[in-house]
Design a protein around this ligand. Structure first.
Ligand SMILES: CC(C)(COP(=O)(O)OP(=O)(O)OC[C@H]1O[C@@H](n2cnc3c(N)ncnc32)[C@H](O)[C@@H]1OP(=O)(O)O)[C@@H](O)C(=O)NCCC(=O)NCCS
Length: 173
């Protein structure tokens, strides 16, 4: 099985919609991806697809977010969301490869950190730690162990704290 991770192309968009719909069993995340692509938070280099024999089977997106403290200081970061692998290709390491490739590209683009809201046993494998370690909080009512952050460079979150502000496209998802 030959897995390639590459930047999403325009003609992948329909397949990315389908991957998200099948993986999540609903269209919300697929619609979110379509909306984020048109937003100022979108970073084309950080919308990646995994292909097997040139066939898209997985997708990951990182979008621009801000961490805002009580003095309204804003620090730019990235949100990893959503990520999806077609059900029949799950548990074969494709998700892990998408994350690694995304983190490497984000580092190359000089981002300092990534935030994720997700499975507490999955993301720590890639270095994510509970965001509360830095005093970084979710704008949603979620268990703190599900809300994680990762420093892409040493001390990438040193002195950074506050609440994450997601692009409005996330509202209601
Ligand atoms: C999460 C997802 C992208 C992972 O992709 P993948 O290619 O299966 O990931 P990998 O093969 O690299 O890793 C598999 C690991 O993922 C973890 N995992 C996958 N789905 C999980 C779930 N629903 N709950 C908890 N852990 C999960 C497991 O730890 C699994 O490891 P194991 O096989 O040793 O038990 C894929 O399962 C998926 O599309 N899920 C539905 C959509 C989703 O929940 N997306 C993430 C939230 S944004």
């Amino acid at each position: 099985m030959h897995i390639t991770i590459r930047q999403e192309r325009i003609n992948d968009q329909a397949e990315v919609y389908e991957i998200n719909t099948l993986a999540f069993g609903q269209e919300n995340e697929a619609i979110l991806v379509d909306r984020l692509r048109k937003s100022p938070s979108f970073i084309p280099e950080l919308s990646l697809v995994a292909t097997i024999d040139d066939q898209p089977t997985g997708h990951i997106l990182f979008s621009k977010i801000y961490i805002i403290d009580s003095n309204r200081n804003k620090v730019e970061s990235l949100a990893l969301a959503p990520m999806a692998v077609k059900p029949e290709f799950q548990r074969q390491g494709i998700g892990g490869q998408l994350i690694q490739a995304g983190l490497n590209k984000a580092r190359e683009l000089k981002y300092a950190s990534v935030i994720v809201l997700g499975h507490e046993h999955y993301y720590p494998k890639f270095g994510f730690l509970p965001a509360e370690k830095w005093g970084i909080h979710a704008p949603y009512d979620v268990p703190s162990s599900f809300f994680m952050a990762l420093e892409l460079i040493p001390d990438g979150l040193k002195g950074v704290h506050g609440m994450v502000s997601y692009p409005e496209e996330f509202d209601g998802v």
